[in-house]
Design a protein around this ligand. Structure first.
Ligand SMILES: Cc1ncc(COP(=O)(O)O)c(C=O)c1O
Length: 389
């Protein structure tokens, strides 16, 4: 077994003898980039944020990228930019992180929960269609684990019913759908760059769109209603004379975060390759293991955010505690949102969601997980099923 991971916390050093489910991969490059920002004394939104946006736009082949300070903020402004608010309904899987639902609720719109496909965790498009009403304004698929929903069908449904498509692609930066980069398909795509996402900025997010009008609204909404950022205001001759052109929030990304993100962008391909390599190794080991079902995924198109398995026969908690005893962390992605107090009013029948909640278990998957670590995880998972029959 590997030596225990050491995590340094501010002001204290703590030894965490576990393999967490996820962990960012950070090196000297990110550290030096941060140092340069410190030395420049320009921590706020500036040249690095603009460069981060431009590089993502080129990478994804999308016209506009607005970098913000979280994936949650990204979804909030995406919905507001589309004019979604009180009286509107947004169809969304309950099987997602709470942020997706909070972003809908804060606009005043109603989240209408739909089910997922049991074998993939992706939105069940047929079920989503059955929940369309005259008040439906948008469908918000969640690209679960970095794999993707049936985007062709979602785009068709959106066209046929005059609905907007907003993607929660918090898990799917760098993934593709039938060869198309995620970020270039929907009206607006929302990414997260939080500490455990495919690439991180520390905290951060982005919205992408090909629509010029939406891009302008997203800029205002992210920047307290101003069409230009503070760097431009400082550096342009008449930059101090600005007009507040609409309402907006203080959601802009700052250079401190963009500096990390720019370094992570350079490593994204390598990150993806390594995570796919480990995921394939897990697949190989677990494919024929009775008691486990693999999720349906295409690693050729997926930048894996995590590695989740279905644990059958009511043994999810048993496997989790067996692994915990060996220092292996697990996570349940996700507790369905209609189970949460805040969203109980929107509860509805969601059989696949509830079944997957009782089966799903996320195992450690991160770039710096060694082959030896992965084999240790595999060995412990197999020993649970061997010992418990
Ligand atoms: C599916 C999903 N959507 C949205 C978010 C929110 O992203 P952020 O933490 O950057 O606000 C997360 C973050 O964990 C997520 O997993």
């Amino acid at each position: 077994m590997n030596t225990a991971d050491k995590q340094t916390h501010v002001g204290r050093e703590k030894t965490v003898p576990t393999f967490p489910t996820s962990r960012p991969s950070l090196g000297a490059e990110e550290f030096e980039a941060l140092q340069a920002v410190f030395e420049s004394r320009w921590l706020g939104t500036g040249a690095l944020t603009k460069q981060f946006q431009d590089e993502i736009a080129t990478l994804l082949g999308v016209r506009h990228v607005v970098a913000v300070n979280s994936g949650t903020a990204a979804m909030h402004i995406a919905l507001e930019a589309l004019g979604i608010g009180g009286g509107d309904e947004v169809i969304v899987p309950s099987f997602t992180f709470v942020s997706t639902i909070q972003a809908i609720v804060v606009t005043g719109a109603r989240p209408v929960f739909c089910d997922i496909e049991l074998d993939s965790g992706q939105i069940d498009v047929t079920d989503a269609i059955s929940r369309i009403t005259p008040r439906t304004r948008a469908i918000l698929p969640v690209q679960y684990g970095g794999s993707t929903a049936d985007m062709d069908r979602l785009l068709q449904v959106a066209r046929e019913h005059s609905l907007r498509l907003v993607e929660d692609a918090a898990h799917a930066f760098g993934s593709t759908y039938r060869g198309h980069k995620i970020g270039s398909l929907s009206d607006i795509t929302c990414f997260s760059f939080d500490p455990i996402k495919n690439i991180t900025c520390g905290t951060g997010g982005a919205v992408t769109t090909n629509d010029d009008g939406l891009a302008y609204k997203l800029t205002l909404l992210s920047n307290v209603g101003l069409p230009v950022d503070s760097w431009t205001r400082l550096t342009q001759p008449d930059g101090q004379k600005f007009d507040v052109a609409g309402h907006g929030y203080r959601y802009r990304m700052v250079d401190l975060n963009a500096a990390i993100g720019l370094q992570q962008l350079r490593k994204a391909d390598q990150f993806r390759r390594r995570k796919v390599e480990i995921a394939r190794r897990y697949d190989e080991a677990f494919r024929d293991l009775p008691g486990i079902k693999l999720l349906r995924r295409d690693w050729n198109e997926t930048f894996p955010f995590h590695y989740a398995i279905r644990v059958l026969d009511g043994r999810q908690a048993g496997l989790a505690s067996h692994l915990r005893a060996s220092g292996i962390g697990t996570t349940v992605h996700f507790t369905p949102n209609h189970f949460h107090t805040a969203f109980a009013a929107y509860a509805t029948k969601l059989p696949a969601t509830e079944q997957l909640f009782n089966e799903i278990l996320t195992l450690p998957l991160y770039v710096d997980l060694s082959d030896e670590d992965a084999e240790f995880v595999i060995g412990q998972v197999c020993s649970f099923f061997r010992e418990s029959g």
